[in-house]
Design a protein around this ligand. Structure first.
Ligand SMILES: NC(=O)c1ccc[n+]([C@@H]2O[C@H](COP(=O)([O-])OP(=O)(O)OC[C@H]3O[C@@H](n4cnc5c(N)ncnc54)[C@H](OP(=O)(O)O)[C@@H]3O)[C@@H](O)[C@H]2O)c1
Length: 251
């Protein structure tokens, strides 16, 4: 049996790294992208290879159009290095947390965040479609913040809402190729996101845990497991869905 291959943007840390390792546990080859953390990315690649799967990594800056508009060449080169021509799963995960009150958001911050969370996802997916196998799957990453309103997330959450809408349109268009498209919306997860606030600030951590039905904040494994389940053959009929992975945060 030939192994399937996944591309994960932002696989050097956090949710992307955990997902890369989980997919490898499930017998999937993985190519990750990183922005600044080259050593961490190579550690992920080594860990996947140690599990007996193929892996690779390349640099990608989703805030810079020159970097993400050239994605097809980068992916083709990376696939060739591991002896593959096409891939099966695209996880659009790379992201940053940039917060400000709606009244104070600058146009410069708007453009950075729009590139990172919407424009890059839109065009990376469009440009990679010719090399995604029919029957594959795309998983976009949104946020619980499209449903739950917190201070200072107006721009970030609006862009993630756009990703949820895009997911449904993509699912409709790509259904002809039997490519499924779903969107995973994590609640607050302990990562480096926003300076590690959820993980390192005891007050924030306790407040979110108190608002969550299951009584704690999320871990990267919680999200990685949900993404891995979506890619399984027996999840085939799940398509065009927003799946919130928040332990029941603020319900
Ligand atoms: N953590 C949460 O509470 C939470 C909740 C809901 C949704 N999310 C979403 O989940 C996704 C992953 O977040 P995370 O918590 O895992 O974040 P993280 O731990 O900070 O990791 C971010 C990842 O994205 C990459 N990245 C950052 N800026 C980039 C850029 N300009 N170009 C390309 N790659 C870039 C990083 O690469 P380097 O390591 O090379 O810098 C890293 O691999 C994001 O889309 C985020 O919006 C997170």
């Amino acid at each position: 049996m030939t192994n399937k291959t996944a591309i994960i943007t932002g696989g050097s840390r956090g949710i992307g790294k955990a997902t890369a390792l989980k997919l490898a546990d499930n017998g999937i080859n993985v190519i990750i992208t990183y922005n600044s953390k080259v050593d961490e990315a190579h550690e992920v690649v080594a860990a996947i290879k140690a599990k007996g799967l193929k892996a690779n990594a390349f640099q990608l800056d989703v805030s810079n159009r020159e970097s993400f508009m050239d994605i097809a060449n980068k992916v083709q080169y990376s696939l060739k290095e591991i002896g593959e021509c096409k891939f099966d799963f695209l996880i659009n995960n790379a992201g940053i947390g940039l917060t400000s009150p709606f009244t104070e958001t600058s146009e410069e911050d708007f453009d950075i965040l729009a590139n990172v969370h919407l424009k890059s996802v839109y065009f990376i997916t469009q440009k990679l479609l010719p090399i995604i196998n029919d029957g594959g799957e795309i998983v976009n990453i949104s946020s619980g913040l499209t449903r739950i309103v917190y201070n200072d997330y107006a721009l970030y959450a609006s862009l993630k809402s756009a990703i949820e809408t895009l997911t449904r349109y993509q699912a409709k268009e790509l259904g002809a190729r039997k490519i499924r498209v779903n969107v995973v919306a994590p609640g607050a997860i302990e990562t480096d996101f926003r300076g590690g606030a959820v993980r390192d600030n005891a007050q924030i951590n306790a407040a979110i845990a108190g608002l969550t039905a299951l009584g704690r904040v999320g871990q990267v494994a919680d999200v990685a497991g949900a993404i891995a389940n979506l890619l399984r053959d027996d999840s085939y009929w799940i398509n065009a869905q927003r799946i919130e992975v928040s332990g029941g945060q603020a319900i």
